[in-house]
Design a protein around this ligand. Structure first.
Ligand code: GDP
Length: 173
């Protein structure tokens, strides 16, 4: 199982849609957990792996966070990797930092995905990428050193991210 977390509006639903729309042969089932229907979505990818769409934070946090996100991240034994989404045009916000600190505190292996790379100018994007890379290199322990810049509009970076997910879930072949 892998999960996607990010503040509201970061582009999480668009990214999950983009990841699956390029794999039409894969049957994606949304299983609804009672009580969590509006909050957490489980996308089962055949019998291979599950992608969990976590509730966006920033909205109604911290209640949602403490109740669901924190409990899930802390206790989910089969969670292979957490994908933390950051808006490439905005950079790491205070809200994003809460999620970073949580991943660090729980010693989770996580990966930073930079969304909406089609949006900022090339110069601004480069500046953000370098800043975020520096942050990852100097301020984090559990974060994968490579960033995954993506666009759900142009599909840039989507294939690489898919391969990475296939690899860490043991499904590359
Ligand atoms: P969520 O709240 O994190 O699920 O965010 P959404 O996927 O709903 O996206 C929030 C807004 O950002 C929507 O207006 C999307 O159309 C826009 N958006 C999402 N991904 C991209 C992207 O890759 N490029 C651009 N330009 N806009 C995006």
């Amino acid at each position: 199982e892998v999960c996607f977390i990010g503040r509201s509006n970061v582009g999480k639903s668009s990214l999950i849609k983009a990841l699956f729309s390029l794999a039409p042969e894969v049957e994606v089932r949304v299983s609804k957990k009672p009580g969590h229907t509006k909050k957490m979505n489980f996308f089962k990818v055949g019998k291979y792996f599950t992608v969990v769409d976590m509730p966006g934070y920033g909205y109604r946090a911290p209640e949602d966070f403490v109740d669901m996100v924190e409990a899930y991240l802390k206790e989910r034994r089969n969670l292979k990797r957490t994908f933390l989404l950051v808006d490439s045009a905005v950079g790491i916000t205070k809200t994003d930092n809460i999620a970073v600190e949580m991943c660090e505190e729980f010693a989770l292996p996580y990966v930073m995905v930079l969304t909406k790379i089609d949006k900022p100018s090339k110069g601004h994007l480069l500046k953000q990428v370098l800043e975020i890379q520096k942050f990852v290199n100097t301020q984090t322990q559990g974060c994968f050193p490579q960033l995954f810049p993506v666009s759900s509009v142009t599909y840039s970076g989507i294939h690489l991210l898919k391969c990475f997910i296939a690899n860490i879930t043991g499904n590359l072949n």
